[in-house]
Design a protein around this ligand. Structure first.
Ligand SMILES: Nc1nc2c(c(=O)[nH]1)N[C@H]1C(S)=C(S)[C@@H](COP(=O)(O)O)O[C@H]1N2
Ligand SMILES: [Mo]
Length: 320
């Protein structure tokens, strides 16, 4: 992220043969529960085929999401082979292979800090706090690419309510697992690890904010942040911290990994904003993975109707 140019995706790196399905088809597939989506597609090397999506799972509730209508879902093969995950490697195409043996069970998540009921949850208990939902969200990386991803997960608010935040809790801090032996890029990431992120409490409680445990109706692959990652669709991708083991309520704005690494380039808020350039490149456009022409980047990544109110009276140029 620090080193590469915004436009770092060479056209030769983009697979020519792609499987697209429209949002409408995707929803129809949901209705025809159990139908197989795009099976038979072939992928290179170690990549798994697109998994069959089981919408008969009573724990998955498909819910309409903001404004992705008409935008194709990014193919499973791209979502799972082009990743940012510096603990494994800074090379996007190498994460999947290096993360193949990452151990995600047993897994616990500690929720503590300024709360009445701090607790260390077994992952399955945490995931069972409320029904899992499907959410189709755009993901916009600060580097200039984007994807449209069908996540499954639970609202972060469900977890926060469970532990009962104190009145003076104003922020939520997140921490990735510290597992250098399992993460071959740990010592060459250039980052201060373990990876940490943060949200303001109202951002964390917002109904769009998701703790994702799956994509395309299947368990989250390791390279995408298994077993649990944050998804904050109106913010740049680096806010979506992966393999979370700790969630801490606090009264102070928590430190965040990319802000520590390059404070002039990555702020705490990091809301997607086409009008505020990164110091080294414009944020006005983005390359949707799988498309040739670049698209205009949308304010708050297209979720302004739902989240702009969180930032009333805030200078978004100063609070980048
Ligand atoms: N722990 C951890 N979380 C992370 C990162 C990382 O390097 N380590 N990279 C971030 C960045 S920069 C992006 S764009 C997204 C990428 O998510 P994806 O690989 O699932 O698309 O993960 C974010 N979460
Ligand atoms: Mo990113």
């Amino acid at each position: 992220m620090l080193i590469k140019q915004a436009d770092d995706i060479k056209s030769s790196e983009i697979t020519p043969e792609r499987v697209y399905f429209s949002r409408r088809n995707f929803i129809r597939a949901g209705l025809l529960a159990g139908s197989t989506l795009a099976t038979g597609a072939l992928y290179q090397g170690f990549l798994a085929p697109i998994p069959e999506v089981n919408y008969q799972d009573p724990n998955v509730i498909a819910r309409g999401t903001a404004s992705e209508a008409g935008e194709a879902l990014t193919p499973y093969s791209d979502i799972t082979s082009y990743n940012n995950y510096y603990e494994f490697t800074t090379g996007k195409y190498g994460v999947a292979r290096r993360a193949r043996n990452f151990v995600t069970r047993p897994w616990t998540v500690t929720v503590d800090g300024l709360v009445n009921k701090p607790k260390t949850y077994d992952l399955d208990e945490l995931l069972g706090l409320t029904a899992q939902e499907e959410r189709i969200y755009r993901l916009r990386c600060v580097e200039g690419w984007s994807m449209v991803i069908p996540w499954t997960g639970l609202p972060l608010s469900a977890v926060l309510k469970e532990v009962e935040p104190h009145g003076d809790a104003a922020y939520v801090a997140f921490q990735t697992i510290e597992a250098p032996k399992q993460m071959p890029g740990w010592n060459s990431s250039g980052l201060d690890l373990p990876y940490v992120e943060g949200l303001r409490l109202d951002e964390a409680m917002h109904p769009l904010t998701l703790l994702a445990s799956g994509l395309y109706g299947q368990p989250l692959p390791a390279q995408n942040g298994a077993p649990l990652r944050l998804v904050v669709p109106w913010k740049y991708g680096f806010k979506s911290i992966k393999s979370i083991v700790k969630i801490t309520l606090t009264d102070r704005q928590p430190p965040t990994t990319w802000n520590i690494a390059a404070p002039r380039e990555y702020g705490f808020y990091s809301n997607v904003n086409p009008n505020v350039a990164h110091p080294r490149w414009s944020q006005a456009k983005e390359r949707r993975i799988g498309e040739f022409l670049r698209r205009d980047t949308l304010l708050f990544n297209g979720y302004a109707d739902q989240v702009a109110g969180l930032y009333d009276n805030m200078n978004l140029r100063k609070n980048f």
